[in-house]
Design a binder for this molecule. Structure first.
Ligand code: SF4
Ligand code: SF4
Ligand SMILES: [Zn+2]
Length: 276
């Protein structure tokens, strides 16, 4: 297995994963989207709400705001020594006290622990008219995207098969496929078409080039053929800001490793191996 990053910054990672099956690629995608824990607002205590939104709608909107999450500090309530009652080790507390006229943004949500502030300051929550007011307390807990999308650490998380572009000797360099390609992947060189250096991964596998070649009357098979490498995948992962995208990838891989170890333990228990 090989992994090669073409982009890795705080929010976005683009990488090629080689030597794995489609099942493994999909397992990694699902683990990044559904198994990496983050903080999200789960309980809201509303003291005053004279806005146009129902309390439930307001709470729902607050729940969807991405919160910075340090998993060394916060753990799921189910694993906390408070046994689900809520304490500083499993619950982040916020207050919101605003009066109109005003556009209320995520930056108005004041965290007790600054390390759990909203990941973005300018997410609109609601516009308050004159004399409208909201006063509330909010409590965020650690969960995973498997339970609810509000705990999903990724905004985009997907992969596509690595494109394989083959051009055979019948190509006469007519350029019809080049005109048709929406991603500027192809060019003519020495009387034949070829892939522009560094643009292969941008191919969307739309196959318009094949159709253009066939339309030119080359016969029943196009001189250019688009297929995919079954063991190579291009991933794009975007963090919602709750944690660096690198941490999302690492935690997803750790989850896969732990799940595999757990499965081996269960198998050993059943077969009696590894025990005296
Ligand atoms: S499959 Fe589509 S994107 Fe890829 S080279 Fe052909 S026309 Fe361009
Ligand atoms: S349309 Fe066919 S023959 Fe013409 S340049 Fe493209 S691959 Fe070659
Ligand atoms: Zn606790």
């Amino acid at each position: 297995m090989e992994i090669a990053f073409s982009r890795l910054d705080e929010r976005v990672a683009k990488f090629t994963l080689s030597g794995v099956s489609t099942s493994f690629a999909n397992m990694l995608r699902r683990a990044m989207a559904s198994e990496v824990p983050t903080l999200a607002i789960e309980d809201v205590r509303i003291y005053d709400n004279t806005s146009v939104l129902f309390d439930e709608m307001l709470a729902h909107r607050l729940g969807l705001i991405p919160l910075r999450t340090n998993l060394e500090t916060y753990k799921p309530r189910s694993e906390c020594s408070c046994e689900g009652a809520g304490c500083d080790a499993c619950t982040a507390t916020y207050t919101l006290s605003v009066e109109g006229p005003k556009m209320v943004y995520s930056s108005d949500l004041i965290p007790q622990d600054p390390d759990t502030a909203p990941a973005e300051e300018d997410i609109p929550i609601i516009e308050l008219a004159k004399d409208q007011k909201i006063v509330l307390g909010a409590y965020a807990v650690v969960g995973t995207g498997k339970a609810h999308a509000k705990w999903q650490a990724t905004t985009a998380c997907g992969y596509k098969n690595y494109p394989v572009i083959t051009i055979d000797a019948r190509c006469d360099g007519c350029g019809m496929c080049i005109d048709e390609c929406p991603r500027d992947i192809l060019e003519v060189a020495q009387g034949r078409v070829r892939v522009v250096e560094g643009r292969r991964e941008l191919c969307s596998l739309c196959r318009l080039c094949e159709r253009a070649c066939l339309a030119g009357g080359i016969g029943t098979e196009a001189a250019i053929r688009i297929s995919t490498d079954d063991e190579r995948f291009i991933f794009v992962v975007e963090s919602d800001g709750s944690m660096p995208v690198r941490e999302i990838i690492e935690r997803a891989l750790q989850y896969i490793q732990k799940s595999s170890d757990d499965l081996i333990d269960v198998m050993n228990e059943i077969t009696g191996e590894g025990t005296e």
